[in-house]
Design a protein around this ligand. Sequence first.
Ligand code: IPT
Length: 977
Amino acid sequence: MNDAPLDPLTALRPWEAPEVTSWGRLPMNAVDRRSGAVPLDGDWRFQLLPAPDAPLGEVWSSSYVPGVWTMQGTPDLPQYLNIRMPFAEFPPGVPAASPTGVYERSVDVPAEWAGRRIVLQVGAAESVLMVHVDGRPVGISKDSHLAAEFDLTGLVRPGERATVRLTVVKWSDASHIEDQDQWWHGGITRSVLLYAVDRLHLADVTVRARRDGDLLVECRVRDAGGALPRGWYVSGELDGHLLTQDTEFDRSNAEDERVSDFLGEARLRAAVPDVRTWNAETPELYGLTVRLHRADGTVADTSRHRVGFRDVEIAGRDLLVNGERVFIRGVNRHDFHPLTGRTVTRDDMRADLVLLKRFGFNAIRTAHYPNDPALYDLADELGFYVVDEADIESHDHAHEIADDPRYLGAFVDRVARMVLRDKNHPSVIVWSLGNESDYGANHDAAAGWVRRHDPTRPVQYEGAAKRGWADPDLASDIACPMYAPLEECLAHALSGTQTKPLVQCEYSHAMGNSNGTLADHWAAIEATPGLQGGFIWEFWDHGILQRVNDGRPAGRGGAGLYGNGVAAPGHRWAYGGDFGETDHDGAFIADGVVFPDRTPKPVMFEHREIAAPVRIDSFRHEGVVLSNHQHFRGLEWLSGEWELSLADGDTLTAPAELPALRPGETAAVPLPFVVPEEGGEAWLTLRVTTAGDEPWAPRGTVVCLPQVRLRAALPPAHTRVPDGTVEVDEDGLLVHPLLTAAPTLSLWRAPTDNDALGGMADRWRDWGLEAPVREVVSVRRSPGRVAVVSDYRCAGGTVRHEQVITAMDGGLIVDESAELPEVLHDVARVGTVFETVAGLDLLEWFGQGPWESYPDRAAGAPVGHHRLPVDELFTPYLRPQESGGRHGVRRFTLSAPDATGLAVRLDRARQVSVTRHRAADLAAVAHPDELVPRAGCVVHIDAAHRGLGTASCGPDTFASYLVSAGVHRWSWTLRVL
Ligand code: IPT
């Protein structure tokens, strides 16, 4: 035991005192001190204690800062829980055992800092930070996602070495309001630095820049010595143009007008002529430098900002940016990385945003806490509308905490500090008071603070808005529901009672193979005044790269990222339960539109098309009608190429001349091809790419692929005159040299996460659809033809299946029907499954592609000729499930390198999948690395396939995408190549 006197910070037990939001922590401000600072990132001496009041040991290891210890080889591993707290204590209580990291390092304080004010900045620490310097207590802070600053001026000596100790306590009263749906970690997640400023310094700078060119810069000035010296003034420079102090408002800098000896306020004003306004499409920024001068004109302090001139307002039920009702094509984004857990670099964030831009997103909700500061710089620069969300989620104890006055300070503090930090970013258009915390007086207090401090932006809070979308309340200017059914949104917009813009803060849950009906949502949003968009849940699949042999996180040095969504050999993407946690929420953490290595999932291509800036409205004989669907930009940044795909022919291309269209305009352009008489079904695609380099995409990057059908397919004219032989075995199963399993009826798919969490999978299992017992009723043979009737018996009933196989044209025609009894009113699929010999490794098809698509997620895959190796057709969702499907397939071939193989032609466009896995193989495992690929192909041809929906969290697919009971008929031909 260590008998040292109890440290005063520890003695306060701040980890179970919600009233203590901080002690010794400096006010938040928007002056960026990163440049010129001494970075303290790197390896720190480290000890992990079992509790915050446990004595320090003798032995130090090391830990990398910024980083979480849960990913750096300690016994305390990541744990994933969504709503439930990881411990039973009621707020503000915490368990006595609470992993506590003690970080220590020496710091050489530069000698030239003598006489200056010296500040320590800890970028973020979760969940309680206690700071000591040379053994003396400095301060405390909470809020795991905002920086904390401490004044070290009197505590360190320039030119000497100091020891900084950061003690980070994992569980605290604050954990109860940081109960976001993500991994629990512990550590220091953002950079630590030390900087110095003049004693006379800019305490804060607030920039307001309007779309009419009006610029207002408000500066707060302080002197560390106390009273301000006389005669100071500020000046500014906007892209080289000097701004001078507004003499109407130079309080406290001139002797006669001094209102306070301690707080200086000064204002710069300018009217910028012909201003280039900021919006997410053309994010024009101006460089602003603010200088604080001493009376003799020398510069005491400088602050640099990037200014975007723009207005945000709500007019009636419209959210307007620069007067335009912009669509919010958003996504929810966490700070996440598969190797570090939470720590992200500027390059990581840039890669996130670049990818989002390339796939048509224009908005981010910083779910559910202020993201890394660099994210906002990048959003300003690349063009995103940001809903900036405070670090408040009390999901498990929401009702108790929302009105608990002990948490009042924390609510206001977290919201206010976020606003003070981010107020100068043009990208931030809305403040959010947090997530999933019920609604109480603590929210109204926070909303009141924001409204007084920043009247230039709306406030939103889902917990308030859900009481009634049109209700007046202090905490939400926007009706921002989560996962509201489309019909409810439509009914509200059409009701005549709508009072606020309707922008869903979360919708279209991207867990596993999901995001069905996204295109239907957008068709409704674009057609319905009052609906303005929403934020898909969410950007990342939060799979942590884990070594399979020892179950540890791979950590910072982990290999194998940025590939094709698959974890490196010997690794897997861990989700809840994979670190041995008994309490966890499984794969619910894998619900993003990108894999953990940022590989886009198929839904991204769907989204890109839904967000297309230029579209083909229609085709008439006189030409193709194009329209510009942007809010601010013309088409000059795009170039195009026409493609004409003939089902029974080739793909022809021709250069496209895009018309000069302003936003909202349409124009007809002549059809670039004479469509050949032959060739069957014909599709015209406009391949739209960037004409030059964009900050987020090099020239030639695909932006969208709008399409129109020029000619429909002729119905197949089979005469059914047999001209060969059909061989079936005694069970009436087809015998064919290229098939290892004969075509049989399939009614089931490996449950998607939506199927599982939406209850469909259980129902299908109760019905026994997974493995019905096939009983042959009759086999009738006639020359060149066999007709087989069989019953597929399962607990849910009997499905009568008929298969008539006719030898014709050197191949086989298979006509099938299945009759589902009424009770089987919603099944996964009705269709054929067969398996091929090994070696047929290339799929070529005419239909939708090349990306995976399903009946209710098929807007982003253009119809055309596609080819992919069979191994690339499968999508490696983190929990294996139905995947790899292609919608709208008319015909396909499966071939070996020597061009031998089989060809299939379908009676009409249908859902097809070709993978190495049976549905039962997929359903039997928990991670893709456990799958053993079969040598041949498992081929499904579906007469009907159920839509995907989003029922893992939100509405199921629409009735029109369900597979119903009754008779289904389909036919296909099989030929040997
Ligand atoms: C909603 C949460 O806000 C989000 O953090 C995430 O958990 C999402 O759902 C599902 O993945 S809360 C849900 C109970 C509606």
